[in-house]
Design a protein around this ligand. Structure first.
Ligand SMILES: [Ca+2]
Length: 392
């Protein structure tokens, strides 16, 4: 899930990588082994809730932090040595306001938050990566990355390995197995590429040094600190994409907190290691965003005249009845009722454009990653996987 996501992958690497997480991971990365990927439920369609108390208990007290400068000086004196090629956050201008916010809003102990943020590194490759999202590519190039024979084949294997869990998710949430499989396939090549950038560094970098999305990533950093407390993660070790998306399903922190579920019954929500939890959490995420069981997702369309242009300009959220879409020169075959709402979506191809009518479920997939390219890639990969799997 995400609302922008992007490829950090140089052209020469594109064919060597096979997932959004991998695309986002191949950031040139200082002296450490590698980098990670970007945002998703990644996705982050909504602001995180703000629990009134920190899991560890007491509310922070503003007065107790009057000596923050002294504490900071001590931390600076004994903190870890900087990593070559990265920089630290500014203790006064950046770290301290965040520490105060966490204390006031969540009762987070200032010393703990401060020590954690002092350990965060600002990574220039993360900033470079977010400025080059894969979703800016034309459809025919984007499709080539994600709808591939290898990904279809491995998707069928993943389905067979987790058939019972996928069936259970389908029964409970109404989301078909191939959609869940395709999302995991696009996100991480079935759990293989989960991202190798520390989430702490990715979120700190984007929250403090990427003004265009600063509010969003600071709220994700906040959610990450809370999540780490709640799930007992080591916040210094968790890795993910360059936008802080984590695990098999690439959930960002706020989505993890709100939509992840324990689907293997071991008592924890583990999207890092448990494919069962990832499957259940993706289905839950889609369900909570309005997935309609059994409903059509999208169908190809033909256009004529100029009237259809007004529809394209209205975006990908269903906004017009199928009857009114047809009335604007758009032809398509669909069993859904003519009063149902849809959207006409244009995709750039090598020789022009192709058009699809997307319905509610297509829009729900874009809540995972706010891109019509992403949703169509998931849909087409899912269809190929289902064909190969032989279940319909
Ligand atoms: Ca679990």
């Amino acid at each position: 899930m995400n609302d922008f996501i992007g490829s950090a992958c140089p052209e020469t690497l594109r064919n060597a990588v096979s997932s959004r997480a991998a695309l986002h991971s191949h950031v040139r990365y200082l002296s450490s082994p590698a980098g990670g990927r970007v945002e998703g439920p990644r996705t982050g369609g909504r602001a995180p809730a703000r629990p009134s108390r920190h899991p560890s208990g007491q509310r922070g007290r503003r007065g107790s932090d009057a000596c923050a400068a002294v504490a900071l000086a001590a931390l600076l004196a004994c903190g870890s040595s900087p990593v070559a090629g990265s920089t630290a956050l500014d203790p006064v201008a950046e770290i301290e306001p965040f520490v105060m916010r966490m204390a006031e809003d969540h009762g987070a102990p200032p010393n703990e938050t401060r020590a954690l943020l002092m350990d965060a590194k600002v990574l220039d490759p993360v900033l470079e990566a977010i400025r080059r999202p894969a979703e800016r590519k034309p459809w025919h190039e984007y499709r080539k990355i994600f709808v591939t024979g290898k990904r279809i084949e491995r998707g069928v294997e993943f389905w067979r390995e987790h058939a019972a869990t996928l069936a259970r998710a389908g029964e409970r949430f109404g989301v078909p197995p191939e959609i869940i499989v395709a999302i995991i396939g696009v996100e991480t090549f079935y759990g293989v590429h989960r991202g190798r950038i520390r989430v702490l560094d990715a979120l700190a970098t984007l929250g403090f040094r990427y003004p265009r999305r600063s509010a969003f990533f600071l709220s994700e950093l906040e959610a990450f600190v809370l999540l780490s407390n709640e799930e007992r993660f080591d916040a210094r070790r968790i890795k993910g994409s360059y936008a802080g998306a984590m695990g098999i399903a690439q959930f960002i922190s706020s989505s993890y907190r709100h939509y992840a579920i324990d689907f293997d019954g071991d008592g924890s929500r583990d999207l890092m290691q448990s494919p069962e939890d990832a499957i259940g959490s993706i289905a839950n995420y889609l369900s909570m965003h309005g997935w309609r069981a059994g409903a059509t997702i999208a169908v190809p369309a033909e256009v004529e005249g100029d009237a259809f242009r007004a529809l394209v300009e209205q975006g990908i959220k269903p906004h017009a009845s199928l009857a009114s879409i047809r009335a604007k020169g758009v032809g398509f075959t669909m069993e859904a009722g003519e009063e149902e709402q849809g959207a006409l979506i244009e995709f750039e191809t090598k020789n022009g454009h192709e058009y699809w009518v997307g319905l509610a479920n297509f829009h729900v997939i874009t809540r995972y990653n706010h891109s019509s390219l992403y949703a169509l890639a998931v849909l087409q990969l899912a269809e190929r996987i289902r064909e190969r799997h032989g279940s319909g």
